[in-house]
Design a protein around this ligand. Structure first.
Ligand SMILES: Nc1ncnc2c1ncn2[C@@H]1O[C@H](COP(=O)(O)OP(=O)(O)OP(=O)(O)O)[C@@H](O)[C@H]1O
Ligand SMILES: [Mg+2]
Length: 227
């Protein structure tokens, strides 16, 4: 793991309206540095703001205030077109529920981010499916594979445009221990091979213990970003 910063959040605040007069302050000033090649996990109680933070880090949502630097460029100053390009090319997102499109095959699902960038690299998609151990299911529909397999496909899809950073929201959340461990092993293998940077929200204690760094959110701030 290098000490080169890939993503930095400075004093990020985010609130949501909960009634006409009131807002719920979820993130109250998040300061966070993500280093190239690290596997960092975000932990914290349910409702602490983990998903909210991950969405902001991936430019899927905007904070109320703060600065978000990706390789030194402030994402919050980009226009919609620049942001769409950034999300498509630099970020891989793995959602808690895999969000595969049911009418497309496994292979087509992996290629979906390619449609936007107009690259369509089928060979690379198949290589990624081999990497995540499910190449032989390439022509199956999501309804024909298991939850653990679907999560592998979602990881392959997140990697298709060779993003610099992968953000994953509870990628093992709906899996049994065996399948969860397989996903964890896969993430470490991918980091070893491609030197990807991962930021992963998890409730899985084994995972948290084995990663490079634990970032804990409590009461809207980060209370500990070390092991
Ligand atoms: N769009 C929204 N509108 C209103 N409140 C929201 C919205 N999104 C999230 N919240 C609230 O913000 C708080 C943080 O939500 P978030 O989803 O980030 O929590 P979390 O840490 O990911 O929790 P979990 O572990 O249960 O997934 C919660 O109280 C949630 O109800
Ligand atoms: Mg969440």
């Amino acid at each position: 793991m290098s000490k080169e910063i890939i993503l930095e959040a400075i004093d990020i605040k985010k609130s949501f309206p909960i009634s006409k007069e009131n807002r719920l302050e979820v993130l109250k000033g998040i300061n966070l540095k993500i280093y190239k090649g690290e596997i960092a996990v975000i932990v914290g109680k349910s409702g602490a703001g983990k998903s909210t933070l991950l969405h902001i880090l991936g430019a899927l949502d905007r904070p109320d205030s703060g600065t978000l630097l990706f390789e030194g460029n402030n994402l919050l100053e980009m226009n919609q077109k620049q942001l769409a390009k950034f999300r498509n090319e630099e970020i891989g997102f793995v959602f808690q529920f895999h969000h595969l499109l049911p009418e497309f095959t496994v292979l087509e699902n992996v290629l979906i981010p390619n449609l936007i960038s107009r690259k369509k690299d089928k060979d690379y998609a198949l290589q990624l499916l081999r990497e995540v151990g499910i190449e032989e299911r390439a022509n199956h529909k999501p309804s024909e594979i298991s939850g653990g397999e679907a999560q592998r496909v979602a990881i392959a899809r997140a990697l298709i445009n060779s993003p610099k950073i992968i953000l994953a929201d509870e990628p093992t959340g709906n899996l049994d221990t065996e399948n969860a461990n397989a996903i964890i092993d896969l993430i470490f293998k991918l980091r070893e091979k491609f030197n990807h940077t991962f930021v992963i929200v998890t409730h899985n204690e084994d995972f948290a213990r084995n990663c490079d760094r634990i970032i804990k959110i409590s009461d809207g701030i980060i209370i500990n970003s070390n092991k």
